[in-house]
Design a protein around this ligand. Sequence first.
Ligand code: PLP
Length: 380
Amino acid sequence: MNEHIQRELSSIKEKNLWRDVSSKASYKINFSTNDYLGYSHHPKVAQAAQDAIKKYGTGGRASRLISGTTDIHRELEEALAQFKQSESSLLFPTGFMANLGVITAILGEGDAVIMDELNHASLWDAVKLSRARPFVYEHASVESLEKILHRTRNYSKRLIVTDSLFSMDGDLAPLSEILGLAKTHGIWTMIDDAHATGVLGKSGIGALEHFGVLGQAEIVVGTLSKALGSQGGFVCGSKDLIDLLINKARSFIYTTALSPANCAAALESIKLIKSEPETREKLMGLSRTMQNDFKTNFKEQSKLLKETATPIVPFWTGSAEGALRMSEDLKAHGICVPAIRPPTVPKNECRLRFSISSEHTFEEVQLVSKLMAENFSVAS
Ligand SMILES: Cc1ncc(COP(=O)(O)O)c(C=O)c1O
């Protein structure tokens, strides 16, 4: 076995695909977190978590169905359902597990799942585990989705599944059109709103609010680990769906409950999202500024930048080597920007991925564009 491991590690290194888990805490400017609103260390959020530890202790202690459920779990589930404007909601220890739980609970062999080609890894793994047959449409393409809907018309159980905000591209699924088609064909839609929750929409509800289609998707999944500054995942849907998950979702049943401190932190963040629209406005302003600066500074190469209406700004480099080189050069200036490479993205679609937080300053986002323009005249 050791030989196989060594061989695989060498091959990863040779292809410039090596990853490590070194701490990024020492960088002056960090564009690599999903802490979009800076709530992971907001004093009120931290205080709520500390109070919960005093009251409930540190761990989840047992599975939700045994003795892991506390009043704060129920309070957060009610708050999430109300925030997302759905009938009911259920917490999972992570968003990954929420996706595994839903798809394996409602789909099985002989069913069809209709997926955007760029859906998150957790959705792909969930589909594999469920044994439903995946049908893949081209990224964010309504025409391609329509063709797949036609091809799968003989399946009695079908589900459309898409990320709302694609984490590596920063772009959005055309949710109004997707939900319209789903309605026409009488199919349910599951939206993974992990990156849009707390970020998009007038009230920060997410991508469905952004597109004016709140309440039209039957299943919405999210995470507490990004804009909500905590940890954990959740599913919103009908009371019947949630009852089925409680009784059938293995990644809910056979695991320890989310810790009460994480619940308390997320509850506080939801309150902040409601009371602090200016934080979201600043976040979007920072993203626009960074993209405008890229356009100005890389005029003749503007195709290198895919414009987004979100806090995720990809900067295309093509090769893994180019992405790594740029990332290393920025590190030398105290700036952390991850080089995104396969298997996260296809070969030759490598990129730097700027993940902006409302805690950044306008000077910081301008500095990075200036530094890149000075140092990288031609991206490779
Ligand atoms: C689109 C998407 N879905 C699900 C997840 C999983 O969420 P979690 O980190 O809570 O497991 C992530 C990221 O981690 C994600 O980007």
